[in-house]
Write a protein that binds this ligand. Sequence first.
Ligand SMILES: NC(=O)c1ccc[n+]([C@@H]2O[C@H](COP(=O)([O-])OP(=O)(O)OC[C@H]3O[C@@H](n4cnc5c(N)ncnc54)[C@H](O)[C@@H]3O)[C@@H](O)[C@H]2O)c1
Length: 263
Amino acid sequence: MQNIFSLQQKVAVVTGGAGLLGRAIIKALVSLGADVIIADLDLAAAQIIADAMLREFDNDPKISALKLDIASEDSILASIDTLANTGHFPDIWVNNAYPRTDDWGLVFEKIPAASWRCNVDKHMNGYCLCCQKIAEVMKNEGHGSIINMGSIYGMVGPDFSIYEGTEMTMPAAYAAIKGGILSFTRYLAAYYGPYGVRVNAVSPGGVFNGQDVSFVTEYSKKPPMRRMGKPEDVAAAVAFLASDSAGYITGHNLVVDGGWTII
Ligand SMILES: NC(=O)c1ccc[n+]([C@@H]2O[C@H](COP(=O)([O-])OP(=O)(O)OC[C@H]3O[C@@H](n4cnc5c(N)ncnc54)[C@H](O)[C@@H]3O)[C@@H](O)[C@H]2O)c1
């Protein structure tokens, strides 16, 4: 059983790898033996994470940083070329980036059309474009695992009461984007299943990141497990779907929400 959870001799790309969940995902994948490429729009931040992980894992040279803009087809193709030129054909691709405009978080009725379009384009279409390019590489290799980061808000509507008295809200475009990503994941799993390419999603609930105390308190009352998620909770689910232990699982949405969506 230990072997099928191992990621030895696998190459993994994590988009948005310099972010909150990305860092935990990278750590989990490296711990299980994968070579990991931190692919992020913010190359400097990705390099800092790579250097920190190299120190933590005793300078094991299997972690590197790569600049990638998931919203740009040219950038995706250039990244895949760079990986191919260094013999790094990805076995695992985690779509985890979180592009958003500066006005992200406006209430629904105040969102300018251009902002809505930009967020849907960068985030949802960015995930779809990455999938289109990498799935073909994996098809040619005869295997691969793509994991798309969804959200409980791609599955259920928000409980707005948890935001009362705070500056926070759940942006409307996020529901559209994540719902689209979850649906697209099922499409892609059906399309590439015959070629040995698995496509799954992970849908986290809210992850604790120093949010407003009243929000954390109100949020934690709802899920049966009575707490917000931790980045490590999400990373473990990604690592499982990436590994051969999930070898017959495709088109699945693995929900990591302490039970938020089951009640
Ligand atoms: N944090 C949560 O509570 C939570 C809950 C559910 C789902 N998610 C999802 O998990 C994923 C990661 O979220 P997070 O909280 O770690 O986000 P984050 O903001 O901490 O990190 C996002 C990363 O994406 C990078 N990025 C932004 N635009 C990019 C682009 N165009 N190309 C490449 N990289 C880009 C950023 O530089 C950053 O490093 C997202 O898909 C998010 O929707 C997060």
